[in-house]
Design a protein. Structure first.
Length: 72
């Protein structure tokens, strides 16, 4: 199984947490590596989505709102 962003929802919670811990370790060893930091953000974003969904309040942010937030 790959860990491409589109495949993250198929990971179980334990695997997702293991990947996050692995990338946190890499981030500390290679603080200037942008790819490691980007992947960590992707993984943590998936974890946060799951936590919000578990609360029953998850609604994806539309592209128009994302653009507004990114342009601020």
């Amino acid at each position: 199984m790959t860990t491409d962003p589109e495949n993250l929802p198929s990971l179980d919670d334990a695997s997702l947490e293991a990947l996050i811990q692995h990338y946190l370790s890499l981030k500390h060893r290679m603080p200037d590596n942008l790819r490691v930091r980007e992947r960590l953000v992707e993984l943590q974003d998936e974890q946060l989505k799951r936590q919000i969904e578990a609360l029953g309040n998850y609604e994806p942010i539309g592209d128009d709102i994302k653009n507004q937030l990114n342009n601020q």
